[in-house]
Design a protein around this ligand. Sequence first.
Ligand SMILES: [Zn+2]
Ligand SMILES: [Zn+2]
Length: 345
Amino acid sequence: MKALVYQAPGQKALEERPIPEIAAPTDAIVKIVKTTICGTDLHILKGDVATCVAPRILGHEGVGVVAKVGPGVTTFRPGDRVLISCISACGRCAYCRRGMYSHCMTGGWILGNTIDGTQAEYVRIPHADTSLYPVPDGADEDALVMLSDILPTGFECGVLNGKVEPGSTIAIVGAGPIGLAALLTAQFYSPAEIIVIDPDENRLQVAKRFGATATVPAAGDKAAQSVVAMTGGRGVDTAIEAVGVPASFITCEDIVAPGGTIANIGVHGAKVDLHLERLWAQNITITTRLVDTVTTPMLMKTVQSRKLDPTKLITHRFPLDRILDAYDTFARAASTRALKVVIEA
Ligand SMILES: [Zn+2]
Ligand SMILES: [Zn+2]
């Protein structure tokens, strides 16, 4: 089968690989129908993700059809259409029993990280019963690909951890796919103001179309000054970090109002200064989280009922044999205006 393989930092290739086999009774083999590329895949390719050891088939998002199941799989049968969660969960370990699937002791974020992922014709899914979701009849499978990772991530790590409330003021630092997913799902709670900060004018226009009440076309100190000015000197109740670099986290420190929350989503590869000399008396909360995908069934209902339309995040489509072009388009987002690229296997 064809598969996109991370070979070494800075190196990837579309390779011919054997179709994966059932390795444990609870495994399923899924034939990929659609997958996509995540910002995290670019982090891996830079060599920023120490857990991902080359050679590795990348990808942790997708929709497919069950091809084979191990004897321990009871929920799915060959031929079933399934949504693949970016988080694999055994459902039984101490973390899973607390709903913290991201830290499952034999799962978590393993796809396209510590085991081969979804950017291929087939993928092996461990703990299939508790890591796959049935695709509802008539569902828009493009929309569902956005449910593998980015929507639950934006919602759980940004909106829920950020305690977005009706009437509150929030800022989202970074208008990439994850920041936009936070923007879309924050509106479940009717915040009064949603300020989106990004240096890319195109992404800010997209953010406005997706419901931002104001945009700030800057980064760093200037962005923080603008947000503070826009909020009458107070700052925001929720500052969502959706980039993963020190400057954007510091922007959040600079704009959070007393009593507010900084909700980190970004994948950080470098240390960040925490200005406790300013924040110690401000009653703020800082949260971090790896997505647990506990909200995937709820998000699927909002997509099915058309309360949420994640297909607006899709800007490009490629067949699997052109996945290198897809990576190039996704990596040069400033010039290609790419948000999510759908890859059809
Ligand atoms: Zn991802
Ligand atoms: Zn577990």
